[in-house]
Design a binder for this molecule. Structure first.
Ligand SMILES: C[S@@+](CC[C@H](N)C(=O)[O-])C[C@H]1O[C@@H](n2cnc3c(N)ncnc32)[C@H](O)[C@@H]1O
Length: 239
């Protein structure tokens, strides 16, 4: 399935951290699949997303599965949790959705605030090479009752890429047409490290996501950052 690469990467890269994490938050949770997966293993789980529709979907899935996931509508630049957690995940390049360059520091600070000292932030991002390689072509999917086209473009100079998604869903004898533009901002490794260090993360590890996704090497990076274990000065200290 579409989700398998990320599940495999998480299991492998967090094999020491996940079992020890009693409380987690999936940031930009989308439909909530990762949050549900973690709730199944008995963790206390929060899930945050900006979209009311995605929050509703995640709540419905959690309720249908009988899992106690607390879904909070929030912006990753400003969100707050009721209590600090051990681990925050943010998967499938959700961090590339942050709209402005200066917003990255806000995300790093909000995440640091929501983590316990020594807690971890795990996420993946598309890189410049990925933007050049993949955000320039047209893809389409055809299934019974669905036809979907993705027209991608990018602007190297501005570190931005976009995907115009247009899809048709069969509704009885008719087809309903929908359109949406998804935009992404690219972060260099240096920008990412600066934002994370500035927010109080002291240990940062990276992996090439190409080994988990069927894509060329160097197009996607997976990060694991640890919040400093001691007391942090000022605003990064508590939940
Ligand atoms: C590519 S999807 C990733 C979904 C999810 N992480 C997963 O693994 O399926 C991006 C998600 O980020 C959310 N999002 C975009 N901007 C956001 C923001 N500023 N704060 C919180 N969520 C945001 C969108 O609503 C969407 O659900």
């Amino acid at each position: 399935s579409f989700r398998k690469p990320m599940d495999k990467a998480r299991d492998r890269l967090l094999h020491r951290i996940l079992p020890a994490a009693g409380s987690v938050c999936d940031l930009a949770c989308g439909g909530g699949d990762t949050a549900l997966e973690m709730a199944r293993s008995g963790k206390k789980v929060y899930a945050v997303d900006l979209s009311a529709g995605m929050c509703k979907l995640a709540r419905e899935k959690a309720s249908a599965a009988g899992l106690p996931v607390r879904v909070i509508r929030g912006d990753m630049r400003t969100f707050r949790l009721p209590e600090p957690v051990d681990l925050i995940t943010c998967e499938y390049d959700a961090l590339n959705h942050v709209p402005r360059k200066e917003d990255l520091c806000k995300v790093a600070e909000a995440v640091a605030r929501a983590l316990k000292p020594g807690g971890h932030f795990y996420f993946d991002v598309n890189n410049r090479k990925g933007f050049r390689q993949y955000w320039c072509t047209t893809f389409w999917i055809e299934k019974p009752g669905l036809a979907l086209v993705m027209r991608n473009g990018n602007d190297h100079a501005r570190d931005r890429a976009w995907c115009d998604v247009e899809w048709f869903i069969r509704e009885g004898a008719l087809w309903r047409r929908r359109k949406e533009r998804v935009e992404e901002v690219c972060w260099s490794g240096e920008e990412m490290r600066r934002a994370l260090h500035g927010a109080g993360f002291d240990k940062i590890r990276t992996w090439d996501g190409g080994q988990y996704f069927k894509m060329q090497r160097g197009c996607r990076t997976i990060y694991l950052a640890r919040k400093r274990a001691g007391r942090l000065p000022g605003r990064h200290g508590g939940a």
